[in-house]
Ligand binder design. Structure first.
Ligand SMILES: Cc1cc2nc3c(=O)[nH]c(=O)nc-3n(C[C@H](O)[C@H](O)[C@H](O)COP(=O)(O)OP(=O)(O)OC[C@H]3O[C@@H](n4cnc5c(N)ncnc54)[C@H](O)[C@@H]3O)c2cc1C
Length: 503
């Protein structure tokens, strides 16, 4: 079998497409193999979109791939709506909030600006390969030095403050700074969304800063919906691959990564077809890539142990509600496509929801992030916490219970929503696992927490995209810097492969 391709990319999630486009534009002959019939992974399935809101698309990647800048600047940054105890909406865009008193507005703005500056320190590492523990190449050492410089540039007071809070929890930080309430609830949602952690969990300041750092190169954390929506982004990435001569096949699940000697040699599809290539980049989650597609026979025991014990059980369910009219907001007006609704009235509400899930149960009152797609007349809700290992399993009855409690909670923000719903789809973490090859159905393909970040992502010894079998790379959310729609993992992995020689 002589190679017809320089590189095979397993999976056409947005990270797989970014990796393929990056390699193809450098003249590599690439083939993307996607198991599903749709491109874009969790982002791209218009029928049932897992990730409706591209959080963190990196301007550097849009520029490097010469994609249309409208993908970034087509619309205004999304506004977040949340509600106070009095039922009045608070409107948040980055560090600006309206609907509250002047003192809270000021305190929130000051805190957000400070966190934004601190997030910039971490931002220095988002588009870099994390340095190896114990050994770092010149490029990796330079990236670390840049991060250290950004830390120094914060000045003594803020540097000390960052080092003091970084491993602590958002509960303490936000209670000290702005008190518990809807603003703290919205920030704590950003810190915990997608993870198995509540606001009191250690390390949630770090995950908040990390998300803010990933969201924009300026650390302002503004979410921007691309002009044309998520579909436009997926199409732009796919077009970029094909325009550079790359191939994309859908309905082509990879069953095995082939190894020749100690090198990756290509893949075998579920159909039995074998395709040779000296480089294989996997957009599937690390556990699926290593334990299932590659197989433990090619790995040493300690590496396999670390892989198996890395945390990756999803905690978020996706619910789609078909509704006849735009959902009406408490206090007047309707939720629009340019807004994000957070229903987490306090940090305490998030912690209480997490407590139930910690023990394998569904919370009575989940906390929610919701968006409305006016064209599809669909309200999409991320509900946490919804444990992958739900006691009693994800039966139809469990899904119905979750759907009822989500509608009850939504009613606080969107009164009278339930009778307007004429269709409901619930996707549990188990459904996401089965549908997208993301082990545990995890938002980030693996928990984003202190011991699984940066040079420890996805786990110690596997943090630099390159796997122990030469020519095999991780290029999805399980690798640094993690999930959300940013493209960073795919971009970094492709550049690592190119630096290694990249065939
Ligand atoms: C409920 C939920 C809601 C979310 N909402 C948001 C949101 O609003 N905004 C946001 O930014 N992020 C959101 N996320 C996170 C985001 O969806 C992921 O972090 C992101 O999709 C990861 O991108 P990826 O390209 O690495 O992987 P994926 O999007 O998971 O794509 C992986 C691709 O690989 C394919 N694949 C896997 N195995 C194989 C195989 N063996 N052969 C061939 N193909 C294979 C899959 O079919 C899939 O297409 C959400 C996640 C969840 C679970």
């Amino acid at each position: 079998m002589s190679p017809r391709y320089d590189a095979i990319i397993i999976g056409a999630g947005h990270n797989g497409l970014v990796a393929a486009a990056t390699l193809a534009r450098k003249g590599r002959k690439v083939l993307v193999l996607e198991a599903r019939d749709h491109l874009g992974g969790m982002l791209g399935d218009a029928e049932f979109r897992v990730a409706p809101l591209p959080y963190a698309l990196r301007p550097e990647i849009i520029k490097a791939l010469q994609l249309d800048q409208k993908l970034l600047h087509g619309t205004r940054p999304l506004e977040t709506l949340t509600f106070g105890a009095d039922g009045q909406p608070l409107r948040i865009t980055g560090g600006h909030v309206t609907g509250t008193d002047a003192i809270t507005e000021h305190d929130y703005g000051a805190l957000y600006a400070r966190l934004g500056r601190q997030a910039k320190v971490l931002g220095a590492m988002i588009l870099e390969t994390p340095p190896g523990l114990g050994k770092a190449s010149l490029g990796e050492a330079t990236a670390l030095a840049r991060m250290a410089l950004k830390l120094r540039l914060l000045g003594k007071t803020e540097m000390r403050d960052l080092l003091r809070i970084v491993l602590s929890n958002v509960w303490d930080l936000l209670n000290d700074e702005i008190g518990d309430g809807p603003l703290a609830g919205a920030l704590a949602m950003d810190a915990t969304l997608g993870g198995a952690m509540g606001p009191r969990s250690p390390g949630t300041v770090l995950t908040l800063l990390y998300r803010m750092a990933s969201q924009s190169s300026h650390g302002h954390g503004l979410r921007v919906m691309p002009e044309g929506g998520p579909d436009a982004l997926v199409k732009a990435l796919a077009d970029c691959v094909t325009a550079a001569g790359g191939g994309i096949r859908t309905g082509a699940p990879v069953e095995k990564i082939l190894v020749d000697g100690d090198r990756a040699a290509g893949v075998r599809l579920a159909s039995g077809e074998e395709i040779a290539a000296p480089l294989v980049l996997s957009n599937a989650s690390p556990k699926v890539t290593l334990l299932t597609l590659l197989g433990v026979a090619h790995l040493d025991g300690e590496f396999v142990r670390r892989c198996r014990t890395s945390a990756s059980k999803g905690m978020v369910a996706r619910l789609d509600f078909d509704i006849v009219e735009p959902p009406k907001l408490r206090g007047g007006g309707a939720l629009t496509s340019g807004q994000r609704l957070v229903v987490a009235p306090t940090m305490q509400a998030i912690e209480t929801a997490f407590n139930a899930a910690k023990y394998g149960n569904l919370p009575n009152r989940p906390v929610l992030e919701a968006t409305y797609d006016g064209a599809a007349r669909r309200l999409s809700v991320s509900a946490q916490f919804a444990p992958h290992d739900l006691t009693g399993g994800w039966t139809d009855d469990a899904k119905a219970r979750l759907s009822t409690s989500v509608l009850t909670v939504l009613d606080d923000a969107l009164p009278g929503i339930a009778p307007t719903v004429h269709g409901t789809r619930v996707m549990s973490p188990v459904d996401i696992e089965v549908g997208y090859g993301a082990y545990g159905g995890h938002w980030h393909h693996g928990e984003l927490r202190v011991d699984q970040l940066l040079m420890l992502r996805p786990f110690d010894g596997a943090a630099q995209y390159r796997m122990p079998v030469a020519g095999l790379y991780l290029c999805g959310a399980g690798a640094h810097p993690g999930g959300d729609i940013s493209g960073a993992a795919g971009f970094n992995a492709a550049r690592a492969a190119l630096r290694d020689g990249g065939h």
